[in-house]
Design a protein around this ligand. Structure first.
Ligand SMILES: [Zn+2]
Length: 291
């Protein structure tokens, strides 16, 4: 991806090297309202809730440890994600003005190391990047970008850009109401139907990432040869079928919450080709067999 020499976003909140829990808040998890956390990777939301409990040892242990050194080798990556975030802001600022008729509210990007506290609860690097609608922030441990190469065999800078654009896609879904739509069904529909809605939400975020790439390419010529393949590689590397197979050796379609590898690639590609914000509606209109 061509990225050097462009604006870096001011919306990066760098918490790398800071303890995951800053304060021992009275009431702790009891006062926490978990609406819906959307992750990049597959996974059962129930399991996620449990993962989001603070680690044993608690805040005191964390605070005693104090800030750690930030890895200087991450600096180019930090600059890269700040440029990509700015590119994402530019596209959504335009599209909201033109097509929604409202001002786009830019999300923050929180960079952290290992563990982080969000309005949605406690997050850890093992979950992969996630978006918390409660505070409208995307959470990313830069170490994940390295894992994409090693653990998921999805190398390339544009693979990282796609991940970021996918998470901001969830933010767009919050702003335009898709997230609320899915959240309202929670508890009213069966587990399988709930998963199906979750798949639609994830595929739509992939589609919106494609829409972003389309407009960024149109206005800034960001794509280099191989970039699209990098994004498609990342999209299929984190399909539920692939992840489940890796984790347990077989796949259970009803438990999918993010879509298969083929679906994720398909919707990213469609967004990239059309650039149509309107087209995102299809994800909640088409029958399941056509996703
Ligand atoms: Zn997602």
């Amino acid at each position: 991806m061509r990225w050097q020499g462009r604006r870096q976003s001011d919306n990066v909140e760098d918490r790398r090297g800071l303890p995951g829990r800053r304060l021992a808040v009275g009431g702790g998890l009891g006062t926490m309202v978990l609406v819906l956390v959307v992750m990049f990777l597959g996974g059962d939301p129930q399991a996620l809730l449990q993962q989001m409990q603070p680690p044993a040892g608690g805040p005191a242990a964390d605070q005693a440890a104090g800030p750690q050194q930030v890895d200087p080798a991450q600096q180019p990556l930090r600059e890269f994600v700040a440029v990509v975030l700015a590119d994402i802001e530019d596209v959504w600022n335009d599209l909201f003005q033109q097509q929604v008729g409202e001002k786009y509210r830019e999300p923050k990007l929180v960079l952290y190391t290992d563990q982080v506290e969000s309005a949605c609860g406690f997050g850890s690097a093992a979950m992969g990047p996630f978006y918390c609608p409660g505070d409208e922030k995307v959470y990313l441990d830069l170490g994940f970008c390295e894992e994409m190469k090693t653990k998921y065999q999805a190398p390339g800078d544009f693979a990282v850009a796609y991940v970021l654009a996918h998470e901001v896609g969830h933010h767009v879904q919050k702003l335009v109401g898709y997230m609320e739509l899915v959240d309202k069904q929670r508890g009213r529909v069966s587990k399988a139907e709930q998963n199906q809605l979750s798949v639609r939400l994830e595929l739509q975020a992939d589609y919106l990432a494609g829409v972003w790439a389309h407009h960024a390419e149109r206005t800034k010529r960001i794509l280099e040869s191989g970039d699209v393949d990098e994004a498609l590689g990342a999209a299929s590397a984190v399909g539920d079928d692939r992840l489940q197979k890796q984790a347990q050796g077989y796949v259970v379609p009803d438990s999918f919450t993010h879509g298969t590898s083929a679906q994720r690639s398909k919707w990213f590609r469609l967004g990239l080709q059309t650039g149509s914000f309107e087209g995102a509606k299809a994800l909640f209109e088409l029958p399941e067999s056509q996703l």
